[in-house]
Write a protein that binds this ligand. Structure first.
Ligand code: ZN
Length: 869
């Protein structure tokens, strides 16, 4: 029994910008309570016999309906499965008779639950990449109804113990959708039903189709079964579908979770090869393990009506592989079935050893859970060794290498929605992940590793970087979320200690967005290898929590006391702690792309020292004889982004509260506001480092090689991102609330905050002779623009699919809050300073700037309509 209802990240998390979208594979969606085929308003399936150009692909109409329309009249087996049939035994016996595909379904496989996973085996240009999963995987069941076979999509959103009285009511309030209906064409030995399923694949229902980027109905003449392979526990089918050009003016469709690439309809005629894997779900479902918000594992949620609690209970279970000890008596035993990852044959040969290392780097973590060699890497068999092997086959987990300019990687998983058991995972490594690794490594530790100042990097270096990314993605496919809190749980000075990082790394987890140790300085003597993230103490802890067998417990609830005890280790070991998912960006220790953020001011100070050492290395590291300056321009831009990102870590301190997830019985509160002094220190740091013009970037030797102009805009964009974070609405509201609550002793009042920022951004106004450099003038104007949007916020466009909690963070400050009043008061103070400074303006542009600022302030404080009232 889990206390209270969790908020752990369900398997469908939000995609983050950085190079790892942790979006797990689209999860088995609960079959929408879509109305069965042919419901009102939808043309009856089959109403469109093949060959007639349909207006719109009959949505949801089950294939085979045409045939199913007539009364089934099974014929003698040999008249259907003729001697020309190409047959193959397996989970279903499959027969290709000409271009028609038949399934011969043994009675033992009827009503069994199977997972259907759709992937693009070959895709048109600009429509995603070969190997990517399309849409959520679905649980299906083949059911016999007279001389018909129905294939249904099964949902697990609501459950109840099948022995409980409410069970039937739960099932009836969540009817499984019919995806297809087929007449039995003949009966085989032991009266196995033989059905013709060609159109299930050559004109699939939306639920298992290529996604709504492909419009209309595939042209039957140019759509056909490519191959079918039946195996003992799965059936693999591949088909080519060709879609005629979409009608002119088709509207772009909303993003399909897990859909292929961007969502504009594919233009022109398009062919795609889809691969469907249908795997038998384990007969003996794995015993699920309850989830815990203190533990960073992906979860699935079921609403359980069969529970003793006097309400429908949201039960959250972790998503994990099924690891059972060969010898349960051994403290360290090999698993009955290890987690196996194949290395995609398409991977460049020189990288294969590093991909292998990235996979097996997790072995020590599983030893912490009592398993030896729990995860192993394998080379894919050659065609000679296994002609049937294919990376799309859902029995094989593969680290795919995709020919793409995307600078990213993904680690989705496919799991059993009944129990959370991970059945398979394909990791997507996009080719240009290497270019991103180059940028990160150079802009973060280029001053420490001379190898970073050449391009291409030595294989030993780029290989090691790819190994890191593979290990990170494998972490996701083991069920692990991003541990952004990790880097803030180490004492800040430890990340510059040679001995500490050699033992503990600079972050406790490879799942943290804490890439390379940019705080390190040459004098620290830190080993190059220790500048990189690796499997750390949090990774071992989370593996221990998720995978250690609890042999005496025969139910999820019986495991809970042990799990709760393991979670409470966090009270004494800070680096076992996990992000508090709904801290709404308030926790200065829950940051991405951060190192040493237990004290972002100190760490960013060191980071900027590193950046200043890297600027002079830009040209030697990127400019090559006879080559353009494109690399210089890209790396220069990315170094400035790194600067802005690190400064953003400091801005988060203002209105910040340390967050630690705790359950009843654990000492202390979940949120602890940061002291006023540290918030003031943060603003002072930003005034000196973010808002002071970073002249070290404005080197004409670089600028005049990459552009005729653009330096002001680039620096301004970086500074605006920092000011924007500082003036985030939730942050301003927290400043107000923290100061307003009874007993607030050490709060940082919003008025004081605004004055401190003003003092930095408009510091020149106190000078005897007032002049401003161009970067400063742009920054000051950006400050006014930002205040204007706070005083008159534009309507917020919340993109479709953004979770409510996240959408709420986008809302402007509540009209009733002190925020606007404080901003107006600060504008008046600024106006007074401007007025006082005008006579001391040192040049014409300074005078113009001061007057322009005053005009803007007047417009904000007394908009046209309100003047003179
Ligand atoms: Zn990730």
């Amino acid at each position: 029994m889990r206390l209270p209802v969790g908020r752990a990240a369900t398997a469908a998390s939000v995609i983050l910008v950085a190079a790892c979208s942790s979006t797990p594979a689209p999860q088995p969606t609960p079959a929408p309570a879509a109305t069965p085929a042919g419901a009102a308003g939808r043309p009856q399936q089959g109403a469109t016999p093949a060959g007639q150009p349909p207006a719109q692909r009959p949505a949801g109409g089950p294939p085979g309906a045409a045939a199913a329309a007539g009364e089934p009249a099974p014929k003698p087996y040999k008249d259907v499965i003729t001697d020309k049939a190409r047959s193959r035994a397996g989970l279903f016996k499959t027969h290709m008779v000409g271009s028609k595909l038949y399934f011969e379904i043994p009675r033992a496989q009827l009503d069994r639950e199977m997972l259907l996973v759709t992937r693009g085996a070959a895709v048109p240009l600009d429509a995603g990449y070969a190997g990517q999963q399309i849409g959520p995987s679905r649980v299906v069941r083949w059911e016999k109804k007279g001389d018909r076979i129905l294939v249904r999509a099964v949902s697990y959103v609501t459950t109840a113990d099948s022995a409980s009285p409410i069970y039937t009511a739960v099932r009836n309030s969540n009817l499984d959708v019919i995806l297809g209906a087929f007449n039995v064409e003949a009966y085989g030995p032991d009266s196995a039903a033989v059905i013709e399923v060609t159109r299930l694949y050559t004109a699939p229902p939306n639920e298992i189709g290529p996604g709504n980027r492909f419009r209309g109905t595939p042209d039957a003449a140019r759509s056909f079964i490519e191959r079918v392979l039946s195996f003992p526990r799965n059936v693999e089918v591949e088909a080519t579908l060709t879609f005629p050009p979409p009608p002119p003016g088709g509207t772009p469709t909303p993003a399909t979770p897990g859909g292929l690439g961007n969502q504009a309809p594919v233009s022109g005629t398009a062919s795609i090869v889809l691969h469907w894997s249908m795997i038998l779900l384990p007969e003996k479902p794995m015993m699920p393990r309850l989830a815990d918000d203190r533990i960073g594992l992906f979860t699935l949620t079921q609403l359980d009506y069969g529970r003793p609690e006097q309400r429908a209970e949201r039960r959250e279970y972790i998503v994990r592989w099924r690891l059972e000890k060969k010898d349960p008596h051994l403290a360290l035993s090999e698993p009955v079935k290890p987690i196996e990852y194949y290395i995609d044959p398409a991977t460049p040969d020189w990288l294969k050893p590093y991909v292998r290392k990235g996979i097996e780097d997790w072995q020590p973590a599983f030893e912490a859970a009592g398993f030896k060699r729990a995860i192993v890497a394998k080379d894919a068999p050659t065609k000679e060794q296994d002609p049937d092997w294919s990376p799309e086959d859902a029995r094989y987990s593969v680290v795919r290498w995709l020919p793409s300019t995307i600078e990213n990687a993904q680690g989705p998983n496919v799991h059993d929605p009944r129990t959370g058991e991970i059945l398979e995972s394909d990791i997507y490594m996009y080719h240009n992940i290497m270019n991103l690794q180059r940028s990160w490594y150079f802009t973060q530790v280029g001053h420490l590793d001379p190898r970073a100042r050449q391009w291409p990097f030595p294989d030993s270096l780029m290989g090691r970087l790819v190994q890191f990314v593979v290990a990170h993605e494998v972490g996701h496919t083991l069920g692990y979320q991003h541990d952004q809190k990790g880097s803030a749980t180490y004492p800040v000075d430890s990340v510059r200690s040679r001995t500490w990082v050699a033992k503990m790394g600079h972050t406790p987890s490879i799942m943290d967005y804490s890439r390379f140790n940019y705080t390190a300085q040459p004098e620290d003597g830190i080993a190059i290898e220790d500048l990189m993230p690796r499997i750390g103490p949090w990774d071992k802890y989370i593996t221990r929590w998720g995978y250690t067998p609890i042999p005496d417990a025969t139910s999820p609830d019986a495991e809970w006391p042990t799990l709760d005890r393991w979670s409470r280790e966090q009270d004494s070991i800070p680096w076992y702690r996990f992000n508090l998912s709904d801290s709404r960006g308030a926790d200065p220790g829950d940051q991405s792309e951060a190192v040493g953020d237990a004290d972002p001011v100190k760490a960013t100070g060191w980071g900027i020292r590193s950046i200043r050492q890297i600027v002079p290395l830009l040209i030697p590291a990127t400019v090559q004889e006879g080559k353009s300056y494109d690399d210089l321009e890209q790396m220069y831009g990315r170094l400035i982004q790194q600067w802005a990102r690190e400064l953003g870590h400091v801005a988060i301190i203002v209105g910040g509260a340390d967050a630690q997830e705790k359950y009843g019985g654990q000492k202390g509160v979940r949120y602890t506001p940061w002291p006023r002094a540290r918030q003031k220190e943060a603003v002072a740091f930003l005034n000196a480092n973010a808002f002071a013009t970073p002249t070290f970037f404005l080197d004409p030797v670089i600028l005049r090689r990459i552009e005729v102009e653009g330096a002001l805009a680039r620096i301004n964009q970086a500074q605006v991102s920092v000011v924007g974070t500082l003036f985030n609405d939730r942050r301003l509201e927290r400043l107000v609330e923290f100061a307003a609550l009874p007993g607030a002793r050490d709060a940082y009042p919003i008025t004081e905050f605004l004055a401190d920022v003003r003092g930095g951004v408009w510091g020149e106004l106190k000078q005897g002779r007032v002049t401003f450099d161009g970067v400063r003038r742009e920054l000051q104007r950006a400050h006014l623009n930002l205040v204007r949007t706070k005083l008159n916020p534009p309507p917020v466009q919340v993109p479709a699919g953004v979770p409510a909690g996240f959408a709420q963070q986008l809302q402007p400050a509540r009209a009733t809050s002190d925020v606007k009043a404080a901003l107006r008061a600060d504008l008046r103070a600024l106006d007074a300073e401007l007025a006082a400074a005008l006579p001391r303006a040192g040049d014409a542009i300074a005078r113009a700037h001061i007057q322009d600022a005053r005009d803007q302030i007047r417009d904000m404080l007394e908009p046209e309509g309100r003047r003179g009232r």
